[in-house]
Design a protein around this ligand. Structure first.
Ligand code: GAF
Length: 376
């Protein structure tokens, strides 16, 4: 076992002990990672393509069943314990961290799962507001834990589940975020939190949910740089971008009756009918349509081992997010500019929803200082 794996193992053991201390019995522990996105930003909710990768930062949910109908959640990050009655869950979000858990509980219930009383201990090291998808990692880890608890509460002979359906779980967690937490996010984050694999990037078609795991060459590393400018997709700008894209489709579909989403609009279509759109909407569409094409080109470049071409596409993506989609910020732009000039960097861009958070750089191995805390 390498040092990184040993550290992960030790911290899981410590979390198990903490659970015993808090609840008096041993838990089962589930873990889901945060993510970076190499390319394909703001394309997921336009039925497009994305290329995220799981990172070494994660959320863990430890779980054991209770005999009553209570859901008791303890957060190590907030040093706080909250209790809910499973038969009288809050109808709406409260802005509290527990919204992410309650959203998943509600969607599981809606999908037909019977949840019994549950003790949950949640702990994570994905920084919040850094664009590394701490929310999807808590949703997916908790989703697994709650399914475990539901299994305990059900007559095991009636269960046909050997392993949870990961796609179903990812969709359910996205629904929790859309309908309970209030962020109209796409499927990328929950999908990669469910399927991400060490050393691979995930090429996902967000319409069909078909995916491929593409290996990253052994001699490159992904470097995350945090601007420390906090972002939240539950705030207005993210939902506004999504609405602008929907406006684009609505207008363009008068000319392109088969267009259900921006995925169905080509650069030629935009050239022909773009003048019908308000300027802001046209620029939003221009980003999404170009970004979808860039993801497919980047996948081809990665398969050919052409990292120079991949890096160039990352830079184009950043410029498009900065100028057309307007989701960057001065700190992200500066970090990209500085990394662009650094030796060994193939390409760099902002990653995630934007308005702050992190950049990602594709770097030749020899130019990165070893740090296993958040790497692939
Ligand atoms: C956030 C959302 F949660 C994702 O669904 C995606 O839209 C991303 O922003 C932008 O690509 O992480």
């Amino acid at each position: 076992m390498d040092n990184a794996n040993l550290a992960v193992e030790n911290s899981a053991h410590a979390l198990g002990q903490r659970f015993v201390q808090l609840f008096g019995e041993s838990p089962r522990i589930y873990q889901a990672p945060g993510r970076v996105n190499l390319i394909g930003e703001h394309t997921d909710y336009n039925d497009g393509f994305v290329m995220p990768a799981a990172i070494g930062l994660y959320t863990r949910a430890s779980v054991a069943a209770r005999l009553d109908r209570k859901l008791v959640i303890h957060s190590e990050n907030y040093s706080e314990r909250v209790e809910f009655d499973l038969d009288h869950l809050p109808a709406t979000r409260s802005g509290h961290w527990s919204d992410y858990v309650i959203g998943v509980v509600k969607m599981l219930g809606r999908s037909g799962e019977t949840l019994g009383g549950t003790n949950l201990l949640v702990d994570g090291n994905v920084p919040q507001g850094a664009g590394l998808s701490s929310s999807a990692s808590i949703e997916v880890a908790v989703g697994y834990a709650l399914l475990d608890s539901a299994d305990q509460a059900t007559d095991r002979t009636k269960l046909d589940r050997t392993e949870p359906d990961r796609t179903k779980l990812a969709l359910l967690c996205q629904q929790a975020e859309n309908e309970f937490v209030g962020a109209r996010c796409g499927i990328m984050d929950q999908f990669v939190a469910s399927y991400g694999e060490r050393g691979k990037v995930l090429l996902l078609d967000c319409r069909s949910l078909e995916y491929r795991q593409l290996p990253l060459p052994g001699d490159v590393a992904l470097a995350m740089c945090n601007t420390m400018v906090k972002h939240s997709i539950a705030k207005g700008e993210y939902n506004r971008r999504r609405a602008e894209c929907e406006t684009g489709v609505r207008v363009l579909s008068k000319y392109l009756p088969n267009a259900q989403a921006l995925r169905d609009v080509t650069p030629d279509d935009l050239e022909a009918y773009g003048h019908e759109l308000p300027d802001i909407v046209r620029r939003r569409c221009h980003h999404v349509i170009g970004e979808n094409a860039r993801v497919l080109k980047a996948a081809a470049a990665l398969e050919l081992g052409d990292l120079q071409a991949f890096g160039k596409l990352m830079l184009e993506s950043h410029r498009s997010l900065r100028d057309d989609f307007e989701v960057s910020c001065p700190e992200l732009d500066l970090m990209v500019e500085l990394a662009e000039q650094a030796e060994g960097v193939y390409g760099t861009r902002m990653t995630g929803g934007g308005f702050g958070g992190c950049t990602i750089a594709l770097v030749q191995n020899g130019y990165v200082e070893a740090d296993s805390s958040g790497g692939l």
